[in-house]
Structure formats: structure tokens, C-alpha cells
Design a protein around this ligand. Structure first.
Ligand code: SF4
Ligand code: FE
Length: 499
């Protein structure tokens, strides 16, 4: 089929009849629920921009499987150029939505599984890679959204998956049948899960002996029998239920996370891509995480662009755009934001071709990228709050602005720079609030910390990739350590006797 339109995408998600629970109740018309719809609008934007000629180069790619034009979110990266365009596409979408647009997890999952299944087959003589290629083609041909589902709830972190008191704390195989497997457990923090056609499950940690039932990767329709979703809360989320949407800040867009439960779900063999091969689970985790750590060098930068713009607008509206410390803070925010982008581009530019033929980011630089993301958005947010001022968190509500009694007073008293309507000033303040401590702060702050792995996970990878032996050797060579006949010997002066 040709690429879907945004409207077709939304309808196709409605047609899935997903089992979603919010505030303890099943939500039937979830695509029109005011707390859910903004997150759908975000993914719809990935369809909308793909149809615009000016974004075609970033938003679409040519499938290496079929030669057809496809949405880049379903593409297997074929070059360094593809890796770079991915990051630029994510920055663009962050700018357009000011939110997490969710579709990247599936893109990162298919690229990680593409190379891992190839190498697994080489080692074990299995046929996972061929199965997986067919699945990727299905996603591309149908222009589908896949949720890359990795994170388990994990129970007692000191125990291996098979040692947990409750086996469901890690998703696992409960039955191996002639026609497929049955799985049980959950995936937590699932970005865009309720806006996805397909779920692509991967293990969450490197596995050891005894964990064979937990080393499992497969895909399943998002509405398969036994799957249901418990919708995650966000700060100030019930503001989306209010009649006037001024206090929401970002009126159209938002992110989404859900707890996804697998209550004995059947998966046919042609949708299974790892089944007990414990030695490959670590590589899959590292590669998916690596791609997603690259992703943050795009999406968070795009959202950062919006936040910097909102802070600059707040300064304009306060009449202080020329004050030197304000200008300097905006420079600092830009410097930090572009440093994140530099990391996203750098790990892409240093990408390498994998044995399967696809391209992978430089792992060290991708982990450095994400490590910076655990810090810089916090500083950018701090500076935005500094510039915006305290009104951002003490301002009266939309109802007070429009009330017959208080409205004229709120309108008059919150006026600042004379050409700025109070309503616009309140809109900008609410956007800063939304991005820094409101609903979108899930994506911009806490997700910057924990999404794609918590900071310590990157530090472990940085340590592993840093090649310290090489660095030590460089220092030894220059210092002449352990090399009495080394190049500096002739130049050394003899110590002179102390008189
Ligand atoms: Fe994409 Fe960023 Fe959301 Fe991850 S956090 S799904 S990379 S927008
Ligand atoms: Fe994320």
C-alpha cells in the first residue's frame, strides 16, 4: 500500500480495539480520549511530514528489501548518510511536536534485531534473520508503527530473571508448542504502546544459564488476545480534560507511556526471532540501547529548540530581550543543545557496516551522547525557568482569565511588554511549564535521565568501549615508560650532582 495519511493512521489504531485501562476503567474510544489523543497526534505527524515534498528526503527512504519508497521509521539503515538523516528527522519532529513522538522505538528495534538475528543464524544455523526480513517488509509495505518493547519490570535487581520470586517479573516463555510459543509477563514504560499496530519484544538484560525462557524476542499484533495496557500518568495530565486547553501548554501534542501486560499470549514461530539463545541477548540489548541513545541526540534537541524559543519569547514579552545576562543564558542553552546534536551526528558519522549489511552507530559516541542527555536538558530547563520567572508556576487558571469577575483584573495585571496580549504571555508561560515540569517533562527531563537506559548503563558501556589499554600505551610511548632504549634516551641530560 502507499504511505498512510495521518487520518488513516489514527483510524487504523482505532480499528485495533486495544484493551486500554486508564484510571481503573477500560477506555473504548481511546483515539478520541483527551488524555490520549495528543500522543496519537505526535505519531500522526510522522505520517504527515512524510507526505510533504520539502521533508521527503529526511522522512522517507528507499527500502533495500523492495526498492519502494517507505517511511524512514521503517527503514533499515543502509549507510552513514541514513544514520545522519535519522537524527535530523528526529530533531525536526521534536521541533514540530515539542514532545516524544514515540515511533523511534520500533525503528531502533528493527535495526538492532536485523544485525543480531543475522549473527545468531551464523553461529547457530537458525533461520531467524529470514523470518525477520519478511517481518520488516510487512512493516514497510503496510506503513505500520511498531513498539520496540524492551524494559521488563525487573523485580529484585540483585536477582537473575529465573531467580525472581515471581517469574512474571521478566517476560518469559511458558510453553513451547509445535506451532509457536506462549509468553507471559510485562513490559514497562512502553513509549507509544497504545498507538502501535505491532509490538516487537526483546529481552531487557544480558542473560545467563538458567535464563533460557527469558531470552526471547518476537513480534505480535498489538491487539493479540491476552495483551492489555495500563496507561501511564504524567504531571498535570488531567488538565487535558479541562474545557479550555490554555493551561495544558502544548495544546496538540504529548507523549505516551504504558504498562503492557502479556497474560499468556500465543506467538507463532514465524514471528519468533530469538528463543533461548542466552548469549545473544546482551548484544541485542546493547544495540537497541545504542540506537536509542543516538536517537536522543535528535529528538531531545528538537524539543530543546522549542524550549529555548519559548524562553526567548518570555524574555521578549517581559521587555528584557537585550539584557546581557538574559542573552547569555540563551547562548548557554543553545550551546548545550547543539552539543547534544553534535553527539547525535558524530555517532552517526562514525557509523559502521555490520555483517548483515546494515549500518550501526559508533557505540562509544552514542553512549557519550546519551550521558550528556542525562544532564544538559536539566540545565536547559533550569535556565528556561530562570528566564521565564516565577509566574510560570503561580499564574491563575484559564477559567480565571475568562471569568466575568476576575478576567478583566487578570488580563490587566498580568500585562507586561505593552504589545503583548496577556493571553499570549500566559500561553508561553504554560508551554515552558509543560516542557520543564508538566506533562512533556516526562519526555524532556525524566526520560532524558532514564530513557534508553539510566546513566550508569552508559558509564558501563563507556568504560567498556574506552580502550584504556591503548590510551595507557600512548602515554607510555611519549613518557618512555619501560623503554630504556627509547627515543628520548639520547636527549636526557645526565643528572647533575647536588653541591
Ligand atoms: Fe523517539 Fe525520543 Fe520518544 Fe525515544 S524519547 S521514542 S527517541 S521521540
Ligand atoms: Fe525514549
Amino acid at each position: 500500500m502507499p504511505l498512510r495519511t495521518p487520518e488513516e493512521f489514527v483510524q487504523s489504531i482505532a480499528d485495533l480495539n486495544l484493551e486500554i485501562y486508564l484510571f481503573g476503567e477500560k477506555v473504548d474510544d481511546y483515539v478520541n480520549h483527551p488524555m490520549i489523543r495528543p500522543s496519537l497526534n505526535c505519531i500522526a505527524m510522522t505520517y504527515e511530514l512524510a507526505a510533504k515534498p520539502e521533508y521527503e528526503d529526511l522522512m522517507t527512504a528507499t527500502s533495500h528489501l523492495t526498492g519502494k519508497r517507505i517511511n524512514r521509521f521503517a527503514h533499515i539503515h543502509q549507510s552513514v548518510d541514513d544514520l545522519i538523516k535519522k537524527v535530523k528527522m528526529q530533531r525536526l519532529l521534536g521541533q514540530k511536536t515539542g514532545s516524544c513522538f514515540q515511533r523511534c522505538v520500533g525503528m531502533d528495534a528493527i535495526n538492532a534485531l536485523y544485525s543480531v538475528t543475522f549473527e545468531l543464524d551464523q553461529a547457530r544455523g537458525t533461520d531467524y534473520h529470514q523470518r525477520f526480513r519478511k517481518y520488516v517488509q510487512f512493516l514497510q509495505d503496510e506503513d505500520l508503527v511498531a513498539d520496540g518493547a524492551m524494559t521488563d519490570v525487573k523485580g529484585d535487581r540483585a536477582l537473575a530473571p529465573h531467580d525472581q520470586a515471581d517469574p512474571d517479573l521478566y517476560l518469559h516463555i511458558t510453553e513451547r508448542r509445535d506451532d509457536g510459543i506462549v509468553v507471559r509477563g510485562a513490559k514497562a514504560h512502553q513509549t507509544g504502546a497504545c498507538n502501535s499496530h505491532e509490538i516487537l519484544v526483546m529481552p531487557t538484560v544480558a542473560m545467563r544459564e538458567g535464563d533460557e525462557d527469558y531470552a526471547v524476542s518476537f513480534s505480535t499484533p498489538a491487539n493479540a488476545p491476552g495483551i492489555f495496557y495500563v496507561y501511564g500518568r504524567q504531571a498535570s495530565d488531567t488538565r487535558k480534560l479541562e474545557e479550555n486547553d490554555l493551561d495544558v501548554g502544548n495544546r496538540q501534542f504529548g507523549g505516551q507511556e504504558a504498562l503492557m501486560v502479556f497474560d499468556n499470549v500465543f506467538v507463532p514461530w514465524d514471528r519468533v526471532y530469538m528463543c533461548g539463545e542466552i548469549e545473544f541477548s546482551g548484544a541485542l540489548v546493547e544495540r537497541f540501547a545504542g540506537y536509542h541513545r543516538q536517537s536522543y541526540g535528535g529528538c531531545k534537541v528538537g524539543v530543546g529548540d522549542v524550549l529555548i524559543g519559548a524562553a526567548a519569547l518570555a524574555a521578549d514579552m517581559n521587555g528584557v530581550p537585550k539584557v546581557s545576562h538574559i542573552k547569555d543564558k540563551l547562548i548557554e542553552m543553545t550551546h548545550l543543545n547543539e552539543t547534544l546534536f553534535s553527539c547525535g551526528i558524530a555517532c552517526s558519522a562514525e557509523g559502521v557496516k555490520m555483517p548483515a549489511g546494515n549500518y550501526q552507530i559508533d557505540m562509544l559516541l552514542a553512549n557519550v551522547c546519551k550521558q550528556n542527555v542525562t544532564r544538559f536538558p536539566y540545565e536547559i530547563a533550569r535556565l528556561a525557568e530562570d528566564i521565564a520567572g516565577g509566574l510560570m508556576v503561580t499564574m491563575p487558571s484559564a477559567q480565571d482569565l475568562f471569568s466575568a469577575k476576575t478576567g478583566p483584573w487578570v488580563d490587566k495585571l498580568l500585562a507586561a511588554q505593552c504589545d503583548t496580549p496577556t493571553l499570549d504571555r500566559m500561553r508561553v508561560m504554560r508551554l515552558v511549564e509543560n516542557l520543564t515540569i508538566g506533562a512533556a517533562a516526562v519526555g524532556y527531563r525524566t526520560e532524558s535521565m532514564h530513557g534508553a537506559g539510566s546513566p550508569q548503563a552508559q558509564r558501563i558501556m563507556i568504560a567498556r568501549q574506552s580502550n584504556m589499554a591503548h590510551k595507557k600505551q600512548l602515554a607510555k610511548d611519549l613518557a618512555g615508560v619501560g623503554n630504556p632504549a627509547g627515543p628520548q634516551k639520547d636527549k636526557l641530560r645526565k643528572p647533575t650532582a647536588v653541591k
